[in-house]
Design a protein around this ligand. Structure first.
Ligand code: GLY
Ligand code: MN
Ligand code: MN
Length: 346
């Protein structure tokens, strides 16, 4: 803040507010000064703020958020405030500028992103716990899943097991996709049923202490039919090679390239159209991103997914996803559900 000539920050993105204060409520803003944290919220969240963030001053507003923010900024005599331009709508900014004066507001973009990308021990503990819970739930599910079950039935079982295990909720809408639905990267579970020899793709995760986990496995009743049996092996090889390429100082795009080359060499280059992976944390998708399009290097404390996939419309898709921590010297694969071709067959 000092370097940028700012004496205050206005944090409006809920996950950033959570990162800085532990307060998880929506519809709230945070004013940060060198000495103080002010949470601007409303009656519904007053007690929650007192519980999660007793060190912050709560302003329980009865008027528009921008007016309340202007009052705090005035009371604190702040002259120049950074606001999160990547998270504020044009309309909100217009009203805020009307209250505060446009010259006081300086856009800051991505200030917390790099900080949040590097996890400390407490954050890692939560991510590891979320992974433990989801893995246990998956093991239970694997025992229960039967031919003829619908995607929605499987989704419900999995979500229940994760909650029973202590998960705070799915880290994103669970994807359960059977047969040809599995080539939809973000399939929405429906009434399709599990059939023999077809992929049952399950992409899921849970939340612990606000922190997300994210894994994908593909199961099948009996061996997968051609060509998906071969596709599975290609995706697995690409995933394992990319995981082994992970260590501090490696270019993010080079990790992506390792997987992409194996998939392209197998003839499926145009069927792997998304990035290799992404950071996980309070958000399910955060920095760093493993993709050919980005600059930057892996650092100790990064936690990334590695999730290559091959998607054949009308046939099906295979994606295998694990969560990997970058350590001082290399990597630690945090998730460890079986994924050999044999283990995928029920
Ligand atoms: N389904 C979200 C992800 O794996 O990134
Ligand atoms: Mn996923
Ligand atoms: Mn993912």
């Amino acid at each position: 803040m000092k370097k940028s000539g700012l004496d205050g920050l206005l944090i409006t993105y809920p996950r950033d507010i959570q990162y800085l204060t532990d307060f998880t409520g929506e519809d709230s803003w945070l004013v940060v000064t060198a000495r103080q944290l002010w949470i601007l919220s409303d009656f519904r969240l007053e007690e929650q703020i007192a519980r999660s963030s007793p060190f912050a001053k709560a302003v329980i507003r009865t008027k528009a958020m921008q007016k309340a923010a202007a009052e705090v900024i005035g009371d604190l005599k702040l002259r120049r405030i950074g606001f999160q331009s990547e998270h504020m709508t044009v309309q909100t900014h217009k009203v805020l500028a009307g209250e505060v004066g446009v010259r006081k507001l300086k856009p800051i973009n991505g200030w917390l992103v790099e900080q949040r990308a590097v996890k400390d021990e407490v954050e890692l503990k939560h991510i590891r716990r979320a992974i433990r819970i989801q893995q246990q739930a998956f093991k239970q599910l694997r025992e229960e899943v039967r031919l003829g079950m619908t995607e929605l039935e499987i989704t419900a079982l999995l979500e229940n097991h994760m909650r029973e295990g202590g998960g705070e909720g799915p880290s994103f809408p669970i994807i359960v996709a059977t047969g040809p639905n599995s080539s939809l990267c973000h399939a929405i579970p429906g009434k399709s049923r599990v059939r023999k020899g077809q992929p049952l793709l399950i992409d899921f995760g849970t939340v612990s202490g606000g922190y997300c986990s994210d894994m994908t496995r593909v199961l099948s009743f009996g061996p997968l039919r051609k060509p998906l049996d071969e596709v599975y092996k290609v995706v697995l090889e690409a995933q394992q090679a990319a995981i082994e390429a992970i260590k501090p100082g490696v270019k993010l795009r080079d990790v992506d390239a390792v997987a992409r080359k194996i998939i392209a060499d197998a003839g499926y280059g145009d069927r792997f159209g998304h990035g290799l992976g992404h950071g996980i944390g309070l958000d399910i998708h955060e920095q760093p991103v493993l993709s050919g399009k980005v600059k930057g290097l892996l650092q100790p404390g990064h936690v990334v997914t590695v999730e290559p996939g091959i998607y054949l419309p009308g046939v099906g898709g295979i994606r295998i996803e694990d969560d990997v921590e970058v350590t001082a010297k290399g990597r630690r694969v945090l998730s460890n559900l079986p994924k050999t071709p044999k283990s995928a067959i029920i």
